[in-house]
Design a protein around this ligand. Sequence first.
Ligand code: RIB
Length: 311
Amino acid sequence: MKIAVIGSNMVDLTSYITRMPILGETLEAPDFTIGCGGKGANQAVAAAVCGIDVLMVTKVGSDIFADNTITNFKKYGIDTTYVQKVPGMSSGVAPIFVDESGQNSILIIKGANNKLLPADIDAAEEDLKKCKMIILQLEIPLETVYHAISFGKKNRIPVLLNPAPATKSLDINKVCECDFFVPNETELAILTGMPTETREDVEHAAASLIARGLKNVIVTLGGRGALWMTEKEKKYVEAYRVNAVDTSGAGDAFIGCFASTYVQDSDVLAAMQKASAFAALSVTRKGTQMSYPSSEELADFLKKNQPPQIL
Ligand code: RIB
């Protein structure tokens, strides 16, 4: 069984900081890592680790990062037939700042990701038609995201859209055909213009998206768990309690694991529980993809810990 990720890849340059420097200041940071990232690539890697074949549709630049990104996909057994190099462009790059509480701030320079166009989906059509799900994010042009959703609808392939990074330019009417819409609470606030501080706030904001025609809204809430809402359902999956050192890439970990699990057994809540474990393990280590547990580590964690409560 195979799923497709049509999306971004980046090189993550992560600085671990005590505080952000002010304008004109030079400040020493205690630590730094460099690793493969990008929301699309992270989700592809998470899905692959969780046991599904993955077809990656993305673009890298023609710089020193390109081959490393392709080699990294191959290391996880990801199909790179549609990973293309764009001559004369840089690969996507993401300077990330992680503070002492493990929270992150991320800048993205999209580079070659901006060149992933609707025609690239058409070029991959025959292979995409064999996939059981398509996963999308917003680090590629919006027209490509809309085209992928129409493609999924036309070919009866479920589509999961992670509307990240959130942008008010996203036309909700054009994404209503997606089967799963998975923002975090910050993205939900930006997309709806509504507060998302409390559980009630999150529920109202998620309900406003359901009212606009989205079918399944899953809001990832970090240490507060995740909410699944449909017209009929409203369920929370609690989070595992872990010591977070770096939360970057945790949302992607959740999404990749969720998609991989859901396509195999069609059980949304069970997939959310497993995704919650995978994401929890990822925040206990530094980095994005490099923080993801192996399938053995995940299995061991699931054996030793009770599944999170469903409320
Ligand atoms: O979601 C985390 C990811 O966002 C990072 O890997 C970074 O590359 C940005 O795309």
